[in-house]
Design a protein around this ligand. Structure first.
Ligand code: ATP
Ligand code: FE
Length: 351
């Protein structure tokens, strides 16, 4: 199947054409410049920009693929979760194209897009364990099919990407925070500041990141009060300490998630990390080591397919269509749309 995919759930306007596992084109029009002055994504500005740019993204994606709408087998669109105005802009656009062309329409969960990316990039077979770690989410999932996920645990408050972004804001580094904090941490001493390792003392795979944000704020405030500002080395050390704490917590919880997954005795145990934070080098290296120790195959999609894009939506749309999913003109935009069903049997009683 060859699908046109649309993605507009956050601050990237994206369109892509994917055929099987071939990404024929993937256009991502970012909005960083529009939001830069506000220190974060402004939903109203994002929605308007999506409405203006979707058209351009679609035209560009088809042109780069060298194909027309008549070559498509369907249209896949992110129908949530995300900023409602942006999701709505994408859904309206997709409905318009579907109505005009007569092509079938399929609504895709943005998180399923991230979760199925390792199948697109590495051809992973079901089932596999996935750590989905992004700007808005952090969860361990057993991916069993395009519409079958078991959630083993996840963050009880903030997502790590959000904590990276907040850290960058606190330290006056550019957004998105992940790449700037990672670059800054490169020359830093991760031991100088003591950051907590939240929830490691609790069993299971749940995570928490709000305490890390608070610890960052306190450490910064203490330095500013003592010396009137931050020195370049302070910034580097703070970033290094923060990044190390995030890495340690995610690595340990991954070890535990792998143990839970092993209880299912998968024939070829595989683990994948996806979502924007999966772009983080030290985190990838730590997760790779955890998997090696557990005898589990490790995969991480290339960076361009880790952050938001429409290729993952077009790919997930193909799998959903093949499984018989279709949407019609009633397709609605959902601000919240959890992927998971409960993993109570895997995790034992008491949950
Ligand atoms: P969601 O997918 O949960 O709706 P989102 O779409 O905003 O959220 P992504 O685009 O998947 O999230 O990822 C963006 C996040 O990834 C941002 O918070 C960004 O700071 C973070 N990020 C990107 N690169 C890195 C990196 N190298 N290290 C750490 N974090 C990173
Ligand atoms: Fe995303």
């Amino acid at each position: 199947l060859t699908l046109l995919g649309l993605e507009s759930s956050c601050d990237d306007t994206a369109a892509a054409v994917v055929s099987g596992r071939d990404v024929l084109s993937s256009v991502v029009l970012g909005q960083n410049a529009l939001h830069a002055a506000y220190g974060g994504v402004v939903p109203e500005i994002a929605a308007r920009a999506h409405a203006e740019k979707l058209d351009i993204a679609v035209t560009e994606a088809l042109a780069r693929a060298g194909l027309g709408l008549t070559d498509m087998d369907g249209i896949a669109v992110t129908a949530g979760p995300g900023l409602i105005g942006g999701v709505l802009a994408g859904v309206m656009m997709a409905k318009g194209i579907a109505a005009g062309s007569g092509l079938p329409l399929v609504g895709v969960n943005h998180l399923a897009g991230h979760a199925l990316t390792p199948r697109l990039t590495d051809g992973l077979a079901y089932p596999y364990l996935m750590l989905l770690v992004s700007g808005g989410h952090c969860q361990f999932l057993i991916v069993r099919g395009p519409d079958a996920f078991t959630r083993l645990g996840g963050t009880i408050d903030d997502a790590p990407g959000e904590a990276f972004d907040k850290t960058a804001r606190l330290l006056g580094l550019p957004q998105p925070g992940g790449p700037s904090v990672e670059a800054e941490a490169d020359g830093g001493d991760p031991e100088r500041f003591a950051f907590p390792r939240p929830l490691l003392d609790r069993p299971g795979c749940d995570l928490s990141f709000s305490g890390l944000k608070t610890a960052m704020m306190r450490a910064r405030d203490t330095l500013v009060a003592a010396q009137g500002g931050l020195r370049a080395q302070d910034r580097r050390d703070l970033c290094a300490g923060f990044q190390r704490a995030v890495r340690d917590v995610l690595a340990e919880k991954t070890r535990r998630a792998l143990a839970l997954y092993a209880a299912e005795s998968p024939a070829e145990p595989a683990f994948a990390v996806a979502g924007g934070v999966a772009a983080n080098g030290p985190l990838r290296a730590a997760l790779r080591a955890v998997c090696a120790a557990a005898g589990t195959r490790f995969t991480a999609p290339p960076l361009a397919l880790c952050t938001d894009n429409a290729a993952m939506i077009a790919y997930a749309g193909q799998e959903l269509m093949a499984a018989g999913h279709r949407a019609d003109m009633r397709l609605s935009a959902r601000p919240r749309w959890p992927l998971d069903t409960s993993a109570a049997p895997l995790l034992g009683a008491g949950r």
